[in-house]
Write a protein that binds this ligand. Structure first.
Ligand SMILES: NC(=O)c1ccc[n+]([C@@H]2O[C@H](COP(=O)([O-])OP(=O)(O)OC[C@H]3O[C@@H](n4cnc5c(N)ncnc54)[C@H](OP(=O)(O)O)[C@@H]3O)[C@@H](O)[C@H]2O)c1
Length: 262
């Protein structure tokens, strides 16, 4: 199946590693030009090797003008903008009682305000072309809160609501906005030293990383964590010409984790 992404131009946030890096690679593989954004310039430079014709912007997406700067950079580099993937994110385990007000506000900036500002800046450009795609990367935790990640869960739920608002507003103008809700993914977020896997070992009393990984995998129908490519493939489909009748969705990519039908 041809995805029809050749000649499209895209912004992917959080593209220095993990799901975002693989999403950028798959978009470029299909012939799109990609602006890769994240804070770490070295990670971006490494990711760019797999994205011929692409460009990078080292930026903290929680800065108030980040959305406008990203769109300006894409237009300057490529002359047009067709696709945005709001993917940048961060997570850590904590009890609800340990989450400070500042932590809640920081998560809101990262998971709600940053995608909001980027959509607000990017979508008018897409509307002028009568074609656009936005994918907001939320989480299963946005569909049903994870007790271990309170501010993450609350703000990922808010991101789903935001995504739906934009979807309803712009679908008739040819700009299709969707969200995805991955379950646990074996990206650096989980697997890096000190990441969610190590935090699970410490918090849940597992003897080692292997046991913690087995427990995280076996608690869902598919029996394992996702690989980044399994999430990126769905994101790229939603970015494509082929997803021409999908709007306002919040697709689970979770191996059956959230056991609801709707
Ligand atoms: N891994 C999972 O289990 C899982 C499950 C459900 C949903 N998700 C969601 O999937 C998305 C990607 O996660 P991942 O697993 O690929 O995580 P990851 O491997 O930790 O990568 C996160 C990416 O976000 C970037 N980033 C973080 N804060 C940023 C900021 N303030 N400004 C710009 N870039 C920032 C990081 O780059 P720099 O550090 O270079 O800035 C990195 O490129 C996130 O939204 C996450 O919440 C992940």
């Amino acid at each position: 199946m041809q995805l029809g992404l050749a000649g499209k131009t895209c912004i992917v946030t959080g593209a220095s590693r993990g799901i975002g890096r693989e999403t950028a690679r798959l978009l470029a593989d299909d012939g799109a030009e990609v602006l890769l954004a994240a804070r770490n310039p070295d990670g971006l430079a490494a990711a760019l090797i797999d994205c011929p014709g692409g460009a990078t912007l080292a930026i903290d997406i929680t800065e108030p003008d980040a959305g406008e700067r990203l769109v300006a950079a894409a237009l300057e580099q490529f002359g047009r903008l067709d696709v945005v993937v709001n993917n940048a994110g961060a997570a850590r385990r904590r009890d609800l009682d340990e989450v400070s007000d500042d932590d809640f506000y920081a998560a809101f900036e990262l998971n709600v305000m940053a995608p909001h500002r980027l959509m607000r800046a990017a979508i008018p450009v897409m509307v002028s072309n009568r074609w656009g795609r936005v994918v907001n990367v939320s989480s299963t935790a946005g569909k049903r809160p994870s007790a271990a990640m309170p501010e993450y869960s609350v703000t990922k739920a808010a991101e789903l609501s935001l995504s739906r608002l934009y979807a309803d507003r712009y679908a008739a103008a040819g700009v299709l906005v969707n969200a995805v809700c991955p379950g646990p993914v074996a990206s650096e977020m989980w697997m890096a030293p000190g990441g969610l896997l190590d935090q699970s070992v410490a918090a849940d009393g597992h003897p080692d990383r292997r046991s913690a990984l087995d427990a995280a995998g076996s608690s869902r129908p598919i029996g394992r964590l996702a690989e980044v490519g399994e999430i990126a493939a769905t994101i790229v489909f939603l970015c494509s010409e082929r997803a021409s009748y999908v709007a306002g969705s919040a697709w689970g990519i979770d191996g059956g984790t959230v056991q609801v039908i709707i």
